[in-house]
Design a protein around this ligand. Structure first.
Ligand code: FAD
Length: 449
């Protein structure tokens, strides 16, 4: 029997698994099939490449295919698309530029990622209309901005990619409008944080259109306007950033079960419904540590960590992939905005909690120390158990303080336990009561009242 570890998809999940499996078992044969030309790239860095903060697209690559082959003995094959999986025969069908062949596996990891969702907009094929999910798209946007010097850009979708691209394009001298269908931007970050960000976007000159559904784009071969229900707005460039969908079709066609989110269902070891087949990263579900339910959290650490754990498991050391608190942080011009856990009251109630919350503003340093900024913290806990459910944090500095709450969420701490954490203090870094501790104190008092 062939015990080769075959991996589909050569980025965060796939390459983490390949590297870890090889480190743990150097004799294991590991083949990675990647349909594109890039492997082990930081998609998260793409907005900063367009912005000009990163000089070369290659700088986003952690390890090249040659390095994987030569230094890590991983058989990486770019330009190879896996077009079928046969779990009975334990084999995948690969298309390499029109040539097809079958590759047997002992273990298989599906790490196919997610793709940008493109609604059925008119004019979506016009020159100058982009999504940003792949390295070639980052390259195309950067080239377009350099060559065409657009004066105006429309960003469709006020999510985190739209927000990062608003900053990137503004830095390149492009006037940015954001169109968001819902009443607020940055949905997963909660209303309080979103409002602070929205005020800041406006201060930065972004033309923010909330509750505004885009119909499509118009132009003569190249985009000239973004079209709305009640008129149109000039735009020489458009980025469609309305969310991502898991690339789960390959798995579904092979009879592998998908979960309630539409991503590939996995157990705590990343195993799918088919024996010997694992899934990780943006194509797969992970367990939410607050709700205990399957969740789809297409973020980098989730992918890297699950891939690494699966690499260990395949190499003979069964390792759980770890749960997710959906912790995330985003730079929005001069602000950092972050979230963790369950902060939406309806989602908390759906999960069986009775959520209570506070929003506080606190300084990031001692009041007498120069440079202190205001941090807005929203902390959410269950009224009955006082368990911390989640938080959002937004400010000009200190948004990484979300990690304290993420730790509390993972550990299942109560508000009182959070309040009693011994956190570091010195005037240049924090007031004596860190803003997170202050929020916990205030919320604790409110829950007791
Ligand atoms: C613009 C942008 C900014 C982001 N910023 C952040 C951030 O700041 N923080 C954060 O946590 N996350 C961020 N992310 C998300 C993060 O990049 C992803 O969570 C992470 O890349 C997921 O890794 P993955 O390996 O699951 O999937 P991917 O990175 O999507 O890789 C999947 C790979 O599989 C390949 N593939 C797909 N199907 C096949 C097939 N059939 N055969 C062979 N190969 C195939 C694809 O070509 C791709 O290379 C960002 C994403 C984008 C697009």
């Amino acid at each position: 029997m062939d015990d080769t570890f075959v991996i589909v998809g050569g980025d965060a999940a796939g390459m983490s698994a390949a590297s870890k499996a090889k480190r743990e078992d150097p004799d294991l044969g590991v083949i990675v099939f990647e349909k594109g030309e890039w492997v082990s790239y930081a998609a998260c860095g793409m907005p900063y490449y367009v912005k000009g903060a990163v000089d070369d697209l290659e700088d986003l690559v952690a390890v090249t295919p040659e390095e994987f082959r030569e230094k890590r003995d991983v058989d990486v094959r770019t330009g190879h698309e896996v077009v079928g999986v046969d779990p009975e025969a334990k084999s995948v069908t690969v298309d390499a530029g029109g040539e097809r062949f079958d590759q047997p596996y002992g273990s298989l990891l599906i790490g196919t990622g997610a793709r940008a969702v493109v609604p059925p907009f008119d004019g979506v094929d016009l020159e100058g209309v982009f999504t940003l999910g792949r390295m070639d798209e980052a390259d195309a946007i950067e080239t377009y901005v350099t060559d065409r010097e657009p004066a105006t850009a429309a960003i469709v979708g006020g999510g985190y990619i739209g927000t990062e691209m608003a900053e990137a394009l503004s830095a390149r001298g492009v006037g940015v409008s954001i169109f968001e269908m819902l009443p607020r931007t940055l949905q997963p970050f909660g209303e309080e944080a979103a409002r602070v960000v929205e005020d800041h976007l406006r201060e930065q000159g972004v033309d923010l259109h909330l509750e505004t559904a885009v119909q499509g784009f118009s132009g003569d071969g190249r985009i000239e306007t973004v079209d709305l229900e009640d008129g149109s707005v000039e735009a020489e460039l458009a980025i469609v950033g309305v969310g991502v969908a898991p690339n789960a079709e390959l798995a579904a066609e092979a009879g592998i079960e998908l979960g309630p989110t539409g991503a590939i269902a996995t157990d705590e070891y990343g195993r799918t419904s088919e024996e010997g087949v694992f899934a990780a990263g943006d194509c797969a579900e992970a367990t939410n540590v607050v709700t205990g339910e399957p969740d789809h959290v297409p973020l980098a650490l989730t992918a890297n960590r699950a891939g690494r754990a699966i690499g260990s498991t395949v190499a003979g050391e069964p390792t759980p992939t770890g749960g997710t608190a959906a912790t995330a942080i985003v730079k929005a011009f001069d602000l950092g905005v972050a979230r963790t856990g369950v902060i939406d009251p309806e989602a908390a109630r759906d999960a069986g909690f009775d959520p209570g919350s506070v929003t506080i503003e606190a300084g990031t340093r001692s009041h007498y120390y120069p440079g202190a900024e205001t941090l807005t913290v929203t902390l959410v806990a269950d009224r009955e158990s006082e368990r911390v459910l989640g938080a959002s944090v937004v400010g000009r500095e200190g948004a990484k303080r979300i990690d304290t709450v993420a730790t509390a969420v993972h550990a299942g701490l109560t508000v009182t336990e959070l309040q009693n954490l011994d956190l570091a203090y010195a005037p240049p870094f924090s007031p004596v009561w860190d803003p997170i501790l202050t929020a916990a104190k205030v919320l604790g008092g409110k829950l007791e009242a």
